[in-house]
Design a protein around this ligand. Structure first.
Ligand SMILES: *Cc1c(COP(=O)(O)O)cnc(C)c1O
Length: 231
């Protein structure tokens, strides 16, 4: 059940104050493993902007049992090429584009569905093998391809910080994503407003490093009781 939401809001404000920021920081409620009823409850909180899901099948089931949801649903988990069509049908935004092949495929599918798909590029800034996202060395190639696809609308970047208590390492990984987006704005001429970084354990550090979208699951809904499978 929903918990701590006043405390979360306050922590966001405090982090913004500490960073000297007054701009808007979007909030993605990470609803993977949660029921449609829990999502209904979350959607009542006025400052929740999006839901984030990491599995296509799970999201499809929940969309069916929660058709009245009025906020957008974002795919934040790794997307396999063979699930791209289904994902394009179900999600409002795909935040985990991490290969040239996937970008090209999504563009083709978007054309067939006669729509434009908003996307983020996910970058692996932590260097952890287990994490998805394109390696920073390969980022510029994917950036050029993604920016050029006429049926995709590239809105920014996403990363997952390293699994560590070392604040310096975490901030370094977030700062790297911020550097990449700043350079990408110049090289593409696009606005790229979305810098999606920061989760339950590290969102304050992400706000200090310029995050414009945090993704919070555990802190809002409580501990997850089964590990989400890969989609
Ligand atoms: C699960 C997940 C989150 C939320 O993690 P919490 O630690 O529960 O806040 C955020 N982003 C991604 C990509 C996730 O998979």
């Amino acid at each position: 059940m929903i918990q701590n939401f006043d405390a979360i809001y306050e922590r966001i404000q405090n982090a913004k104050n500490k960073a000297g920021r007054t701009d808007r920081i979007f909030f993605t409620a990470v609803s993977k493993t949660r029921t449609a009823d829990e999502m209904r409850e979350a959607e009542k909180i006025s400052w929740i902007d999006f839901f984030g899901e990491n599995r296509v099948q799970e999201a499809e089931n929940k969309r069916d049992s929660y058709p009245e949801s009025k906020i957008q649903w974002r795919l934040i988990g790794h997307l396999q090429n063979n699930k791209a069509r289904k994902a394009a049908e179900i999600f409002d935004t795909i935040d985990s584009v991490d290969s040239v092949e996937l970008a090209v495929r999504l563009n083709r599918i978007a054309g067939e569905l006669d729509k434009k798909i908003p996307i983020l590029i996910e970058v692996n800034t932590s260097g952890e093998e287990s994490k998805s996202g394109i390696a920073p060395e390969k980022f510029s190639e994917l950036l050029d391809v993604a920016a050029a696809q006429e049926n995709l609308s590239l809105n920014g970047l996403m990363t997952v910080g390293p699994l560590t208590d070392d604040e310096k390492k975490i901030r370094k990984s977030f700062a790297e994503l911020r550097n990449l987006i700043e350079n990408a704005r110049i090289s593409t001429g696009l606005d790229l407003p979305v810098l999606s970084m920061g989760m339950s354990d590290d969102f304050e550090l992400a706000i200090l490093e310029g995050s414009t979208m945090i993704r919070i699951g555990t802190l809002l809904f409580g501990k997850r009781f089964y590990p989400p499978k890969q989609n």
